[in-house]
Design a protein around this ligand. Structure first.
Ligand code: ADP
Ligand code: MG
Length: 575
């Protein structure tokens, strides 16, 4: 069935000037000198989503040495590196947009600051494969066959030549990429063996160029990170050798300090430490345990059958908070539910910033306790629950708190930020809480309280829109269209790559296959992640897609929890 590149050229010449639909004739497989081109999906018109194409280079031609793929960590970094090179080569060697709509465009998913497993590049024992899109060119609705021939026969071979063959890559950059990522993985694994939840390397650059530009800040005076004595740790990495930095121990840690002194910037760096970063990012060795979940308030979100009773009780009209549902959460109930949902998915570290928290969820001070008695206040503030979370469930917390010294008495560690540098303030904070005894009463009871797992009801996941067709899409980093619903993910701050959002969108639908009987949300998500781990992202789509990036169970659960049609029931008590 396979044709060669000359036949492809002939076909494209023949199609020149014909109506756009005739492009369907090039669907299939074409043998080039050192690789095979697969045209998997042909777009219906020049404005539609561009056509999906793959290029497969046999390993004996690509010639990547064994040490670039000798373990999972290296293979993922190699794939990520090749995706970046393909992206750059496509910009350089493609003739770019010409003609109508997406005509002329050759494009692979653009990677950002994170080194992620991406479906845009696949490496097996036999081949290296790139997956990308091509805007098949047209003028109006007429096929531009000559341009298409140039794209396939001149531009594409140059792009492939410069990005998928070992000998044509910058080998120093390649090994630096691979070794940096392998070191970050090793560092992350080491954290748990020394009871550390986050590590920030000395010399790290934490601030970003801007609120919408995740590249490192390079203007003005950038203060590189320097670990404060008592938190300093030396760790040996497989490639780089010994590095030093700040280890944040398990337990409850406060980040305090004056406004604009770098508190939120430090927390943000810890949040993104669940990912590896590219060389030059500044956060290469800033890593966090994989179970770290950023928690924030998001009033207006929906909540479905969450047992928020550890935090919220005695709501007006006797509303049941052991199976709490709402279409329109308040700031405090949203924050409570988000914590319970994270713990349901086995989070090991919560990250909370006062900037994005509900004040009444975080604290109720002595005077307020006097004015509004406990039996009139549904909320048990986080300050009275954080120790129970750690002692009962081994869930640590790192909190940015600039406004409430009441937290000193529940904290194990206090890090002060001063002129963008951390100092150990644990002793000073504990001395103050001895000297100025707070009269506030503990309101958290004896233990954290009940946790209830939930079982999603399959029928509530309907991705169709009116007629039969399944309609799922990622509308941006923080938005998924699922049937007639739009899922707002803007409070899932640890999503970093639109490839993750695309994968999550399709994984929600895939997850419905595992919804049966009493399978809980946690079990279903575990099923989805393990099938992807075993078989790759291709289980998520009918046509091989280059648009996915690796995501965590927390974010998949987060998206499901925010789907407004979702119905759950609570599982029978288990432990
Ligand atoms: P806080 O939370 O303490 O109010 P932020 O973390 O928001 O402060 O930081 C305030 C500003 O300082 C931000 O614009 C941030 O980019 C910048 N900044 C943070 N850390 C550094 C640093 N190490 N060097 C230079 N600028 C920094
Ligand atoms: Mg702040």
């Amino acid at each position: 069935m396979s044709s060669d590149k000359f036949q492809l050229k002939q076909t494209l010449n023949r199609l020149d000037g014909r109506s756009y639909k005739a492009y369907h004739d090039i669907k299939g497989e074409f043998q080039f000198d050192q690789f095979t081109v697969f045209v998997d999906h042909v777009q219906g018109d020049p404005f539609a989503k561009p056509s999906r194409v793959r290029v497969r280079v046999p390993r004996q031609f690509a010639r990547f040495p064994e040490n670039t793929v000798k373990n999972k960590s290296r293979t993922i970094a190699l794939r990520d590196f090749l995706a970046r090179n393909f992206h750059n080569a496509a910009r350089k060697y493609s003739g770019g947009n010409r003609g109508t709509g997406h005509s002329g465009d050759i494009r692979i998913q653009k990677p950002g600051q994170e080194i992620l497993e991406r479906s845009s590049i696949i490496v097996t024992d036999d081949f290296v494969e790139a997956r990308f899109t091509m805007g098949l060119p047209a003028f109006g609705r007429r096929i531009a066959g000559q341009h298409a021939a140039a794209m396939f026969l001149n531009e594409l071979p140059q792009i492939v030549e410069h990005s998928l063959f070992y000998k044509n890559l910058d080998q120093n950059d390649l090994y630096n990429h691979i070794e940096t990522s392998e070191d970050a993985d090793a560092l992350r694994e080491k954290l748990e063996t020394v009871n550390i939840v986050a590590f920030v390397a000395d010399g790290a650059i934490l601030p970003r160029a801007s609120g919408i530009d995740p590249r490192p800040l390079s203007r003005g005076n950038v203060v590189p990170f320097q670990s404060p004595g008592p938190f300093r740790l030396e760790i040996e990495l497989p490639n780089r050798g010994k590095i030093t930095g700040m280890g944040v121990p398990e337990g409850i840690t406060l980040i305090v300090g004056g406004g604009y002194h770098g508190k939120s910037t430090l927390l943000k760096a810890i949040e993104t430490g669940i990912y590896n970063h590219i060389p030059g990012d500044g956060r290469e060795f800033t890593v966090t345990v994989p179970g770290a979940v950023k928690i924030r308030a998001m009033d207006g979100r929906n909540i479905e059958k969450v047992n928020i009773s550890p935090f919220i009780n005695n709501l007006p009209f006797g509303t049941d908070t052991t199976a709490f549902s709402t279409e329109n959460a308040s700031g405090s109930t949203s924050q409570a539910a988000t914590i319970i949902e994270a713990v349901e998915m086995k989070a090991s570290l919560l990250l909370i910033d006062e900037d994005t928290s509900a004040t009444n969820f975080m604290i109720r001070d002595h005077r307020m306790q006097e004015l509004v008695s406990k039996d009139k206040e549904p909320i048990t503030p986080f300050i009275d629950k954080t120790r129970q979370l750690f002692e009962g469930l081994r869930v640590s917390t790192i909190l940015v708190i600039g406004g409430s010294g009441d937290y000193f008495s529940v904290a194990d560690h206090v890090i002060g930020m001063k002129d963008y540098l951390p100092v150990d303030m644990t002793r000073a904070a504990h001395d103050i809480s001895e000297k100025y005894k707070t009269e506030r009463r503990h309101e958290g009871g004896a233990s954290f309280g009940g946790l209830t797992e939930r079982v999603p009801i399959k029928e509530s996941f309907d991705p169709s829109r009116g007629r039969k067709a399944v309609k799922i899409s990622a509308g941006g980093l923080h938005s998924i269209g699922f049937g007639t619903y739009t899922i707002d993910l803007s409070d899932l701050e640890q999503l970093v790559d639109i490839g993750q959002t695309r994968a999550i969108a399709d994984a929600i639908y895939h997850a419905t296959r595992y919804m049966q009987g009493n399978r809980t949300l946690k079990e279903i998500i575990r099923d989805v992640l393990s099938v992807i781990d075993e078989k790759g992202f291709d289980v998520l789509d009918r046509v091989p897609s280059g648009e996915y990036a690796a995501f965590r169970g927390f974010e998949l659960a987060g998206a499901i929890n925010r789907l407004r049609s979702i119905r759950m029931r609570q599982a029978e008590k288990k432990d």
